[in-house]
Ligand binder design. Structure first.
Ligand code: NAD
Length: 248
């Protein structure tokens, strides 16, 4: 690991525009399972079943079944950010990284203090009334404590939807996310299998024009062949702590 730390610290030091892309793997050390890992729901339930339910059509047609599933598999006990989230926030504050594009919906980058975060799949701690004339927002506590399975708006009785991108919906901040990634001179991907589009496509696009792609991930990703540096580790917090220590 020592030489990986040296190389990554060196790349960050010599880059004037570093962007970080994060996936579910950065939050496993905080206690939230990823989808494809050993404890992930794709392994437990099968990818097709999950994709059928976490889908906007299914939500609109069968809100009761959607929420039964959502409450069982997506309502996590409160967690705090991991060391990796904190190190990235510190690196941004020190001007070492420019910003983060994340696929995660757990809000942990923001909780750790990162300021420039583009969450392309939304955030699970906000729920929005689906009545177009209302669109009132609710915190997740309102939904967790709601007496019935399908949470409804107190003002118009509309069904609430988590403010996350379901299958069949467009990602959020498409242009901003693409621009931040393509503007980077050093792109560091952390904890993503790089199989979820369009974000994986932005990383692919970046790697066709620039050299400096770093991937930190436990296990293989779809873009390992294009990486200048691939670090295969599940101890992302420790790795980033050592890198940050060198940079200070
Ligand atoms: P993924 O599940 O496809 O891949 C995660 C990758 O991280 C895997 O390759 C895994 O081996 C690796 N990993 C696991 N623990 C790690 C660690 N400690 N250090 C380094 N690598 C680690 O995740 P994805 O590509 O982000 O896509 C899954 C989709 O599911 C995304 O769209 C995301 O929105 C959603 N999701 C979000 C959360 C969250 O918000 N925390 C959790 C699960 C899924």
């Amino acid at each position: 690991m020592a030489s990986d730390v040296d190389r990554l610290a060196g790349l960050i030091k010599s880059s004037n525009y570093t962007v970080v892309v994060t996936g579910a793997g950065i939050s496993t050390e905080a206690g939230i399972p990823d989808f494809r890992g050993e404890k992930g729901i794709y392994r437990q339930l099968g990818e097709d079943r999950v994709m059928r339910i976490i889908n906007i059509d299914f939500f609109n047609r069968h809100p009761e079944e959607f929420y039964e599933f959502y409450r069982q598999y997506f309502e996590f006990p409160p967690v705090t950010p991991s060391q990796a989230h904190y190190r990235l926030a510190e690196m941004e504050a020190d001007g070492l990284i420019h910003g983060i594009v994340t696929q995660n919906i757990d809000n942990l980058h923001q909780l750790a203090g990162s300021k420039k975060v583009i969450p392309v799949h939304g955030t699970a701690n906000v729920f929005i009334c689906q009545n177009r004339k209302c669109r009132k927002e609710y915190p997740d506590d309102y939904v967790k404590n709601y007496a019935e399975t399908v949470p409804r708006c107190k003002e118009c009785n509309g069904v609430l939807k988590p403010d996350v991108v379901l299958f069949g919906e467009n990602i959020k901040n498409y242009m901003d996310a693409r621009e931040m990634i393509l503007d980077a001179r050093l792109l560091i991907v952390i904890g993503s299998s790089l199989t979820v589009y369009p974000l994986a496509g932005f990383v692919r696009e970046f790697s066709t024009s620039f050299q400096d792609l770093v991937i930190i991930n436990k296990g293989p990703t779809a873009m390992d062949h294009a990486a200048l540096l691939k670090i295969d580790t599940g101890s992302t917090g420790q790795l980033l702590t050592e890198v940050y220590r060198q940079l200070k």
